[in-house]
Write a protein that binds this ligand. Structure first.
Ligand code: AMP
Length: 291
């Protein structure tokens, strides 16, 4: 699985990436974290980035593209990765397209976490308070002043990526104002619909959860996985619908949006099942062989 999490500071990209790596065993490539490590280690890249980061600006494209180019070559990134905080500009996105093309790798999708800007400052303040409570070092750029600058950078340089990926039919949007758990579930549904994760993984996770229960009770979980496998045959359509309902959901109707997304997925699964589920594995194999 190769996906990008897109969203302003405080939208929950880091939190969701963490959950995804735990669940699917892939790596999170966060340019922010890599840059912070470079600053701490005092490397040439770190020295170049230090002041820019502290002021809330963006580190030059060539620096971050270089970091990512090296990182995706590492063995632990072979299975897949989540890009968190990269790309942040259109030239970075173009460079990533080239990097992936040369390596014959496919990007499964870009998930935008959409949030109300007014909530972001609160969220970052909460993050800072929690870090202090745990005795962790607080980021120098997690202050209201720098956050304002980081948001401005996001708006002017990163938001155009929404259009960039939407044009390339890669973009799905999730309502990032839902609870952490709900956002995780919405992302999971999207990944299934996109065909980025195997329904098997889903079934395994569900089975692991029910492993303490008798076998008879675990069976429905397996069936759920099978259903999802059929659904994966119409990835683009289902993803679009699921994402659309998440996007449209006004405040207070999030549950309704979730239901719609679930229904969409189920409907697609049923339709696909009628059309001949036996062919599904072949298609999946073919697709993967291309990557
Ligand atoms: P983050 O941890 O993603 O919020 O990133 C922290 C800071 O690192 C940002 O405010 C930027 O200064 C820098 N940074 C991280 N990723 C990038 C990127 N892809 N392009 C440019 N600057 C970046």
């Amino acid at each position: 699985m190769r996906i990008i999490l897109l969203g302003p500071p405080g939208s929950g990209k880091g939190t969701q990436a963490q959950r995804l790596i735990e669940r699917y065993g892939i790596v999170q490539l966060s340019t922010g974290e890599m840059l912070r490590a470079a600053v701490a280690a005092g490397t040439p890249v770190g020295l170049r980035a230090k002041e820019i980061m502290a002021s809330g600006g963006l580190v030059p494209d060539d620096v971050v593209v270089g970091i990512i180019a090296d990182r995706i070559e590492q063995p632990d990134a072979k299975k897949g990765f989540i890009l968190d905080g990269f790309p942040r500009t259109v030239p970075q996105a173009e460079a990533l397209d080239e990097l992936l093309k040369h390596r014959h790798l496919k990007l499964d999708g870009v998930i935008e976490l959409r949030v109300n800007e007014s909530a972001l400052l609160d969220r970052v303040e909460t993050r800072v308070a929690q870090m202090r409570e745990r005795g962790e070092e607080v980021r120098v750029d997690d202050t209201p002043e720098v956050l304002t600058k980081r948001l401005a950078s996001y708006r002017s340089q990163t938001e155009p990526l929404i259009h960039y990926y939407s044009e390339r039919r890669k973009l799905s949007t999730v309502d990032g104002m839902m609870t952490i758990e709900e956002v995780t579930r919405a992302i999971h549904r999207l990944l299934l619909a996109l065909g980025a994760i195997e329904p098997k993984t889903h079934a395994k996770a569900a089975q692991a959860k029910t492993s303490a229960k008798p076998a008879a009770k675990a069976a429905p979980a397996r069936r759920a996985g099978e259903k999802a496998s059929k659904k994966a045959k119409k990835p683009a359509k289902a993803a679009k619908k699921a994402s659309k309902s998440a996007k449209k959901a006004p405040k207070g109707t999030k549950k309704a949006a979730k239901k719609t997304a679930k229904k969409t997925v189920k409907k697609t699964a049923k339709k696909s099942a009628k059309k001949g589920p036996k062919k599904a594995p072949k298609k999946v194999t073919k697709k993967r062989a291309k990557r």
